[in-house]
Design a binder for this molecule. Sequence first.
Ligand SMILES: Cc1cc2nc3c(=O)[nH]c(=O)nc-3n(C[C@H](O)[C@H](O)[C@H](O)COP(=O)(O)OP(=O)(O)OC[C@H]3O[C@@H](n4cnc5c(N)ncnc54)[C@H](O)[C@@H]3O)c2cc1C
Length: 437
Amino acid sequence: MKYASIPFNPGPPGWSLNEIDRRRHPRLQEDIQADWVIIGSGFAGVAFARRLANLDSRLKIVLIDAESAIESSAARNSGFIIGLPHNIGSSTAELKKAQDYRTLLQRGIQLLEEEVNTHQIECEWENAGKYHCQIDPASEAILQEYIDNLESMQEPYQLLDREALYEKLGTRLYSKGIYTPGCIQVNPAKLIAGLARSLPESVTVYDDTPALFIRNESGPHVVTPQGTIRARNVMLATNALSPELSPKQARQASMATYASITEPLTPEQRSRLPEMKSWGTTPVNAIAGATLRYTQDHRFLVRQCVDPALNGRITPAQSWKAAQQHLATFRKAYPQLNDVKLAHTWSGTISVTRNGAPVWGQLAPCVWTAGGCNGAGISKQTVAGNLLADYALGRENPLIAAMKALGQANYIPPSPLLDVFVIGTLWKERYFARKEA
Ligand SMILES: Cc1cc2nc3c(=O)[nH]c(=O)nc-3n(C[C@H](O)[C@H](O)[C@H](O)COP(=O)(O)OP(=O)(O)OC[C@H]3O[C@@H](n4cnc5c(N)ncnc54)[C@H](O)[C@@H]3O)c2cc1C
């Protein structure tokens, strides 16, 4: 029997949270039964639990997490809730897929907005749009492809040069950029905390309860350190984490990425910048480049560096190296703020699939999953979790067809072949896009 490789990130995310957000659910300390056990309380797990409970209030639903929602990647991310796919492609088939993807992402935003409004979740929700920027003028072809994609999808955008970007972002780092409306920015830790605490009553949540393995004894038994859950069905909402729990060969790999945030700028430090509202930028190359945000409370966030985390465990040394890179990027972008320090650095994991498709649906009798976020999962994993509940209960939902149209992730080779492949791919990306770092 293989035990699950329980994820570990050194240190909490740096997003501000209040006392209520930080409240933990108890850990499981007895043997129980349930109709459904959901493993993982990120966006996929929470959306699945809510939808399942709303579809059938008689179901006994248990949601467990190795840590808690406010420690998952759902709380560790940069807080861009995207409504448009990053990559589209040029063929008619790819365009059709991109349109399905856009429909799903926009439904994900709508589902989140409904919950934020219903439960009054204070998460700094703001329709701020997003900038997509290049540093190196030689990256023009990538940006042009993005423009072509936006035009083929009839999406509005605005092209900005270095000086126009300076007025918006306070930096002359970027040679060119595109602004697209319709991207929401949030404090993601507050968002997932609010979503997890407002689940329907028929969902019982246990924190600090890692699933160690799943035993099959006329139905799944989820074994945790201090109790087991005998369930009729299991939903793996672990993204690429704990791959040993999956009854199928891996189709997604776990990668680590990192973020740092500064303290709020003082009024004097802000006077060294143009007058700015909150904003966010993504880089033309997500592996080499940095995502930047300027938050409502006047802090800068830098998300940069991607490396393998195939067992979900990230070391303090990896985080330290990322912090050095974040500081170098921040100093390069904002030389006028050389007295501003990074207050927190943290890591988190994302799932990457070979062909960019999700891992979604039924894996085996009684085992379901919604994974393969490919680095952008707030809206995507929300809608994937929501639709999986309809699918699993056999309910009709026209969006299930759009979800299926995204295809399924290809199989990936096992370690150590996978490790070599991942390291090689990352190295190539970083080398060719080194001027975007
Ligand atoms: C630094 C960073 C920046 C990012 N920025 C963005 C962004 O701006 N926008 C965006 O859309 N996405 C972003 N992402 C990606 C986004 O965070 C993920 O796509 C999203 O969190 C995936 O949601 P999920 O529910 O599928 O999985 P996760 O949020 O990873 O949740 C999985 C849960 O499973 C639990 N788990 C794993 N194994 C076990 C086990 N054995 N037993 C019990 N529980 C277990 C984990 O503890 C975790 O809570 C970013 C990610 C990172 C790390």
